[in-house]
Write a protein that binds this ligand. Structure first.
Ligand code: ADP
Ligand code: GLC
Length: 524
């Protein structure tokens, strides 16, 4: 099968968050499963291309306005073909989605051009059996295929799968954007892209795609509720028969303490001694005293966004620091959280190490050197760091939401089972109590090693998820082929516990850190 990925970021070319990890690893896993995969990405600053495939595409942008991006060839990497939409005025910028001032004001134009160009790649360069789109930046692909391309015999029936990596980012714009970027006005109605008088691109993806996926089973259920639906839960519910949750995987070629070249020394489940050396190195890199080697070290690596639950840490910071622990924080994003962690570092010098940065090398060092990894997310579609942590023998403390809930089993001292510590209520008290429970078990070396080994033994590789996606692509092709592209046909029975229908049966430098769009609910 030929699968074309369309995404706004993807390693090794561009990244602000986990989407980029997924857009690198899932195509690789599909190729390993015998499929052909190409990925279309914007050509951001620093993205190297090997050749120009199409020097000038004509892209209509509304009214009489046209743009002329090139399609650049990114060659083949790990068996995956890469194409870049090259329009320097739009994409050769410091950040991907915005700068320190905020999001780029022309994001609608940028990603509308990108979506149309991606469709042209599918039409002229790399004809696909299925197109797989990701998040709001690519939502115009299904919308345009079923409208502007509705009479195009080559494109009108190409099936589209749309993955929701984060319901909190809508790509919401005022109504005039329709005319500005050339979206057919016929889609502006409550059953289409209209959202309380505005244009909501994510909603377009949800409504016009043949099938929806999200990145964990739990999140597939959560987004059907008002608490997690960001105002679009009704739309998701109306498509529940076309929604599946497939937990993200881990690329163990990049995240594995046995082979990781970015950490001080490698180590394995058989011999964990190297982990202490990594802890020593981490303390040094964060300017903390080597005396802390025997104290529990809690690590955080994150975008700083409301989603990540750091207000709970703010609430209980001083109580937390009364515990005998060391805290290491790597992240960047919203100013209030940068200030929070800077203030903590100032209040507890030598015990709290903070780096406000986006730094992959440091991210690996934290994974390897920390004893515990904290993710108190308010919501978390999948989350990757908790799964990376498991492999590094770094015990996760997580809130039981989305992919965190699906991937972390609470430790059960009686049976010696479980991989981490979870709390449910979104309160500072619940967070503190989970941390205290973890610290209590940390004191017993034998128990602690049990928890570490339980986690290190887990396999979250992409293989299983790739098989689920491949089945889904086949099913979607069959739906389109049989003319049943509308609704009402259920997804075939699941063969693995990692995926489930969301219908309740079973169940991103200046700019780098500002994830795709303002969270829903904020004005644009
Ligand atoms: P999200 O996509 O919501 O940010 P994920 O857990 O899915 O959350 O993925 C985050 C990815 O970004 C991980 O690969 C993580 O290591 C990386 N990351 C996040 N913050 C930083 C940072 N400050 N420096 C380096 N890598 C980071
Ligand atoms: C989003 C989510 C995160 C998920 C990632 C990749 O950024 O916040 O939970 O892991 O996408 O799917």
């Amino acid at each position: 099968m030929k699968i074309l990925f369309v995404a706004s970021e993807g390693l090794p070319f561009s990244k602000t968050g986990g989407l980029a990890d997924v857009v690198e690893a899932l195509p690789k896993a599909l190729v390993a499963g015998g499929h052909e995969v190409a990925v279309v990405l914007p050509r951001y600053r620093g993205t190297k291309a090997t050749a120009v495939l199409m020097p000038s595409l004509t892209i209509p942008m509304g009214g009489t306005r046209l743009r002329f991006p090139a399609i650049a060839d990114g060659a083949q990497l790990n068996g995956v073909r890469y194409y870049f939409v090259d329009d320097p005025e739009y994409f050769d910028r410091d950040g991907l989605y915005g700068s320190s001032i905020g999001e780029y004001p022309d994001n609608a134009e940028r990603y509308a051009e990108f979506c149309r160009a991606a469709i042209e790649v599918a039409k002229h360069v790399w004809p696909a059996d299925v197109i797989h789109c990701h998040d709001w930046q690519t939502a115009l692909v299904p919308v345009l295929l079923r409208t502007s391309y509705g009479d195009d015999p080559l494109m009108k029936d190409v099936p589209v799968v749309f993955s929701i990596h984060n319901m909190g980012y809508h790509g919401q714009f005022t109504k005039d954007v329709l005319e500005r970027v050339g979206i057919p006005p016929s889609v502006f109605h409550p059953g289409g892209l209209e959202f309380f008088g505005n244009v909501n691109l994510l909603k377009g993806g949800l409504v016009y795609s043949d099938y929806l996926t999200t990145v964990s089973r739990k999140y597939a259920q959560e987004i059907q509720t008002p608490e997690y639906g960001h105002g679009l839960d009704g739309v998701v519910r109306s498509r529940a028969d076309r929604l599946v949750g497939i937990l993200n995987g881990v690329d163990y070629t990049a995240w594995n303490p046995e082979k990781d070249r970015l950490i001080a020394v490698t180590y394995s489940a058989k011999d964990l001694s190297g982990k202490q050396v990594c802890k020593q190195d981490l303390l040094k890199v964060f300017g903390l005293s080597p005396e802390h080697l025997s104290r529990p070290l809690i690590g955080i690596v994150s975008r700083f966004a409301d989603q990540k639950g750091f207000d709970l840490i703010a609430e209980k910071a001083h109580e937390l620091m009364r515990e005998d622990l060391v805290l290491v924080v790597l992240g960047s994003g919203e100013r209030k959280y940068e200030d929070l962690f800077r203030a903590l570092a100032a209040a507890y010098p030598g015990r709290v190490g903070v780096k406000i940065a986006y730094d992959n090398l440091l991210a690996h060092k934290v994974e390897a050197g920390a004893d515990l990894f904290l993710m108190p997310s308010r919501y978390e579609p999948s989350g990757l760091n908790q799964m990376y942590s498991l492999k590094y023998g770094t015990v996760p403390i997580v809130r039981a939401t989305g992919g965190l809930d699906d991937s972390i089993e609470p430790f059960d001292v009686e049976h010696g089972t479980g991989t981490g510590f979870k709390f449910k209520e979104y309160t500072g008290e619940a967070l503190l109590s989970a941390i205290r429970q973890a610290l209590h078990h940390y004191m017993d070396e034998r128990i602690w090693k049990r928890i570490q080994l339980n986690g290190m033994g887990k396999d979250f590789s992409w293989k299983t998820a790739a098989v689920e996606y491949a089945k889904l692509y086949e099913a979607v092709r069959a739906l389109r082929g049989s003319g049943q592209a509308a609704r009402g046909v259920s997804w075939p029975a699941q063969s693995s516990g990692r995926a489930a229908t969301g219908s309740g049966q079973t169940g991103r430098g200046a700019g780098q850190a500002t994830r795709n769009q303002k969270p829903a609910g904020t004005s644009n």
